[in-house]
Each structure stands twice: as structure tokens, then as C-alpha cells.
Design a protein around this ligand. Structure first.
Ligand code: DI6
Ligand code: FE
Length: 407
């Protein structure tokens, strides 16, 4: 038998695995780890001899899988607090976007920032988010919108993973908005994204997936398909910002290309949801964006449940529609605004978030998976979705190694 290096004891364990029990829970559990991977998990009173292993006392709370934020735009320069104030005075998100603000104003700031400045600003946000129990995060490009600046963003995202004990998956989102210099020349920009930009990103292995913002203020279904075809040619899976502000048939489009996830989905229709169920596409819901934009239309949670589409929950961390940096707050919002159960919400930031990133080595606590753990000072798992602005986190373990936490 492989030597166990570490054992965690004295906690309930929400494994989030399919065991038939709520949360896949083990009331008084133990987890043994070797080489960063879980080698034994079960009730403490069945734990074999642990001689030689370092024993960690989890303090009588609950252990969950390390949280996974599967949709962020965390690398950007500047902020859009001024637009927040404009919206409070009555302007809409779309009006601000059409008047040259919105994504374009972050593009100007991000292009102007040096790689070092962009890294420093992003590192601060990442360490805040990581300090809320996050061990894996996806980061999209999409505020560069020219070859040089998109590459700069993706390089910063890749480099960020080094110090903080967080796995970073990167997504190329060149088709986030039409850059101002391409006004009136949409085709040329889409060809640039689907051609030279994507080729460079693929050659330098800077992205793990490709995303498009399909929306009236962004890209059409036809343009989206063009980028998706190109992504498949270079062997990258796709994701889609789908049906956020209007029904663009985005859910069905994502499904047609076997997308890992379709995200937002407030205005998705039932045919699209059914297509997602068939293609195994995850629905990533972003409650903080709904909240921050005061979007009245809620995503079709009942349809997603009825058709068995896995639901993930993410921050959508970005300066325009979701300046969110706390995963436990997302759990609360997913329940309060979208009416998910606390168990569904927790599955959304663990098991289903891993699916949305195409990762089968994490997201649940089972033998063979990475020992990415979050340790919480709570009496039962539903409490994780209950508190607002309180962070009952007492430890994070990344691949078997205890990580410094802000908590
Ligand atoms: N949908 C969003 O919610 C973000 N991007 C997107 O495609 C918003 C990005 C921004 O406003 O800066
Ligand atoms: Fe987004």
C-alpha cells in the first residue's frame, strides 16, 4: 500500500460525490492523502492504521471540495465604478455599452496597462477570491481585443497560478466585443479572431478553451459559429456567453458545438435546454451579474432541473456587470435569487464547476481525485449558503498541502 503522508480528521465531509446521501455526506469522516491525491476517504471509525502520517485536526466543522470558480474575467485594468453610478442615475448597461462605455472602456484601460501592472492588479483580486475557499479558477481574456493585448492577458492569467496555490484554466474570449477600430468592419475582426489570433493562442498553448459573447451588443450566432469552427480546428473546446440579455438561441448553439458550458442563460428557451441535456453541456449560472444588473428575468432553473442539465455557479468576476470576489456569497445569491437549494448551489461550485471546465480530477472528494479541500467552521453544509458577508473558512488544502489563508 502507498504510504499515507497526511490525514484529516474531526470533520463532517461533504464529498459531493453521487452516493445517494445529501451532499454525499460522511458525518464523522477522515481523508487520507498521498502525493497530493486522496487515497482513502470514509467514516473515521473505519480508518485503517495511520502510523507515520501527519494528522490534521479539522476542528469539528465540515470539509468540502476546494471551490471552483468556473467563469471569471478576473484579469483587467481599472474599474467601472463610474458606470455603476451612471446606472444608479437611470442609464442601462446596454445604453452605456452603446455610448462607448462598458466593455470598451475596460479594453482601453487594459491595453494601456503594462504586463506588470495588469499582473499586480489581478493578483490582488485573485488572492481575495482564493481566500474564500477557491482552489481552481477559470480566467478569460477579452479586454485586449487585439493580438498583443489578448496575449498579454492570457500570459498574465497563466503566470498568476504560480504563487497562490490555485489552478488556473484560461479561456480565449477574443470575441467579447467589437473593438472600436473595427467599427463597420465586423467581418474582418471575426476573421482575425478565428484566424491569426486563435492560431497564435493555440500555438503558444495560452488557452484551454474558447468563448464568445453571443448577444445583440456583441456577436451574432453566425459569427459565433465561425469562431467555434476555428476553435475545433485547433483542438480547443468551446464555451458560450449565451442568452444573457435576450434569446439568441445561444443554448442550442452551444449544444450544437458540444460546448463544455453555456453561461448566463437568463433568456434561454426550452428547446435550447433540451439540446444542452443531449450534448452534456453544463449550465453555468451567474447570480452576481443578475443581482448587479438587477436583471428581472431569471434563468430557467426548473427547466434545467427537469431535463437533467448540470448547473454550475460562478462569480463572473468582471468590472462591468459583476465585481464579485467571494464564492460563499455566490452560494447565498444562487439560493436567494435563483432559488437553488444549498446542496445544488454547493454542487454548482464543486462537482458541476469541474465538469464545466472539463476537469475530471477534482470537484468531488473521492479516492483518486486531487486533495483540494476547503475546511469550514459550520455545523452543517447548508450554512455555507446561509451567511452573507461572513466567511466561516478555517483552512484550505491544495493538492494535499495546507495553504495560507486570509481567514
Ligand atoms: N457578459 C458579462 O457579464 C461580462 N462579459 C460578458 O460577456 C461583462 C463584461 C463587462 O461588462 O466588462
Ligand atoms: Fe462573463
Amino acid at each position: 500500500m502507498r504510504r499515507w503522508t497526511d490525514v484529516w480528521l474531526n470533520a463532517g465531509i461533504a464529498t459531493m460525490a453521487w452516493t445517494g446521501r445529501p451532499y454525499g455526506a460522511i458525518e464523522e469522516g477522515a481523508i487520507a492523502v498521498a502525493d497530493g491525491v486522496i487515497v482513502w476517504i470514509g467514516p473515521r471509525n473505519e480508518l485503517p492504521n495511520i502510523d507515520g502520517a501527519q494528522v490534521h485536526d479539522a476542528g469539528g466543522g465540515w470539509i468540502t471540495p476546494g471551490l471552483i470558480d468556473c467563469h471569471t474575467h478576473l484579469v483587467f485594468a481599472g474599474d467601472r465604478c463610474d458606470e455603476f453610478e451612471r446606472r444608479l442615475r437611470g442609464e442601462s448597461y446596454e445604453e452605456i455599452a452603446r455610448s462607448g462605455g462598458g466593455i470598451r472602456s475596460t479594453v482601453a484601460a487594459t491595453r494601456a496597462a503594462s504586463e506588470a501592472e495588469l499582473y499586480a492588479a489581478s493578483l490582488k483580486r485573485l488572492s481575495t477570491l482564493a481566500g474564500t475557499g477557491v482552489t481552481t479558477i477559470e480566467i478569460k481574456s477579452g479586454y485586449g481585443l487585439d493580438l498583443k493585448s489578448e496575449i498579454k492577458m492570457l500570459r498574465v492569467a497563466r503566470r498568476l497560478s504560480a504563487d497562490l496555490g490555485v489552478t488556473i484554466r484560461t479561456t480565449f474570449l477574443g470575441a467579447h466585443a467589437l473593438p472600436p477600430e473595427y467599427e463597420g468592419r465586423r467581418n474582418e475582426y471575426v476573421e482575425l479572431v478565428a484566424g491569426p489570433m486563435l492560431e497564435r493562442v493555440a500555438t503558444e498553448e495560452l488557452a484551454d478553451a474558447v468563448d464568445v459573447f453571443a448577444e445583440t451588443i456583441a456577436f451574432t450566432p453566425g459569427e459565433t459559429a465561425q469562431v467555434f469552427e476555428a476553435a475545433h480546428r485547433v483542438g480547443l473546446p468551446v464555451k458560450l456567453h449565451a442568452d444573457q440579455l435576450s434569446d439568441q438561441g445561444g443554448a442550442a448553439l452551444a449544444a450544437r458545438y458540444g460546448a463544455l458550458s453555456a453561461d448566463h442563460l437568463e433568456h434561454a428557451n426550452e428547446a435550447g435546454v433540451m439540446a444542452m441535456a443531449d450534448s452534456g453541456t453544463v449550465a453555468t449560472l451567474l447570480p452576481a451579474a443578475s443581482y448587479f444588473l438587477r436583471e428581472a428575468q431569471l434563468p430557467p432553473v426548473d427547466l434545467l432541473r427537469r431535463h437533467g442539465v448540470p448547473i454550475a455557479i460562478a462569480t463572473d468576476c468582471n468590472p462591468g456587470s459583476s465585481p464579485a470576489l467571494s464564492m460563499p456569497l455566490m452560494l447565498n445569491m444562487a439560493c436567494t435569487i435563483f432559488r437553488l437549494t444549498p446542496e445544488e448551489a454547493l454542487a454548482g461550485v464543486t462537482r458541476n464547476a469541474a465538469l464545466a471546465l472539463g476537469l475530471s480530477d477534482r470537484g468531488t472528494l473521492e479516492v483518486g481525485k486531487f486533495a483540494d479541500l476547503a475546511i469550514w467552521d459550520v455545523r452543517r453544509p447548508a450554512e455555507l449558503a446561509y451567511w452573507m458577508g461572513n466567511l466561516p473558512l478555517c483552512g484550505v488544502v491544495k493538492a494535499g498541502v495546507a495553504r495560507e489563508t486570509a481567514a
